[in-house]
Design a protein around this ligand. Structure first.
Ligand code: GSH
Length: 236
């Protein structure tokens, strides 16, 4: 008898790379719940370029998530994550814990913005990169490390904050392995937690699929080239 293949209730529209979209897709993968990923570049571009009045939800940048039966659509990664976390049982029950989990997720989103210089609006220059890698990035990592020490994430029952930290650092280490030493030095417990989350079988196999499809592609475009150039120069 063929095993029953469950249809996905939701579709995620995002560029053909994991980057910010994986904050959403990893939640589904962690719970082994199907998700349809729409990653065709032209399709994403077409939806993004529509007039706000003609978009299912007015938005500037993906990811967007759409419920396939009702058409309900949402953008802004933290809004999507908190919405689906109710259904996926990844939302902390206590409202204070939920607020703190959202704070962690938004810290992760800020780190992405800083690393990719507001979606590549400017490229890295040497001086700014050195400041980032020696000051800002360690400080962000220390913020995450203090947060795990305070139990904001890394508790026995995983929440969307744990998956968010893994989406940030797990994907960063996978694609930009040069940064792993920074993470291990400044956030060792957080790094250990990422290893634990990433070992969850359905998530691990989903990440393997991304690796096969996209290799080490990180944020794409000129800004990825710029980050890689800085990392290479750091080695000299
Ligand atoms: N605050 C938004 C940021 C969305 C965003 O910047 N998306 C990027 C891809 S990661 C994009 O394609 N932006 C296109 C643009 O800003 O024009 C979120 O968290 O979802």
């Amino acid at each position: 008898m063929t095993p029953e293949v469950k249809e996905a209730d939701y579709e995620l529209l995002y560029w053909p790379l994991p980057f910010r979209g994986c904050f959403v897709s990893y939640l589904f993968a962690y719970r082994d719940v199907p998700l349809m990923e729409i990653t065709d570049f032209d399709e994403v571009n077409e939806q993004k370029a529509r007039l706000p009045s003609e978009q299912p939800i007015p938005f500037i940048g993906p990811p967007t998530l759409r419920h396939r039966n009702t058409g309900f659509t949402l953008n802004q990664m933290p809004a999507i994550v908190t919405y689906v976390s109710q259904e996926l049982h990844l939302m902390p029950e206590d409202p204070l814990d939920a607020a703190i989990a959202l704070k962690i997720l938004m810290d992760c989103n800020d780190i992405l913005m800083e690393l990719c210089r507001y979606n590549g609006s400017i490229m890295w220059e040497r001086e700014a990169w050195i400041e980032f890698r020696s000051q800002r990035f360690p400080r962000w990592l220390a913020v995450l490390e203090e947060s795990v020490a305070r139990g904001f994430f890394g508790r026995e029952r995983a929440s969307f904050a744990d998956i968010g930290v893994y989406a940030l650092l797990g994907n960063m280490i996978r694609c930009l392995p040069e940064l792993e030493t920074d993470i291990v030095s400044h956030a060792p417990r957080t790094r250990e937690l990422c290893t634990k989350i990433g070992a969850q079988p359905s998530l691990a196999s989903f990440v393997d699929g991304h690796e096969k499809r996209y290799g080490k592609l990180y944020c794409g475009g000129y800004i990825e080239e710029s980050i890689r150039k800085m990392l290479e120069m750091d080695l000299r």
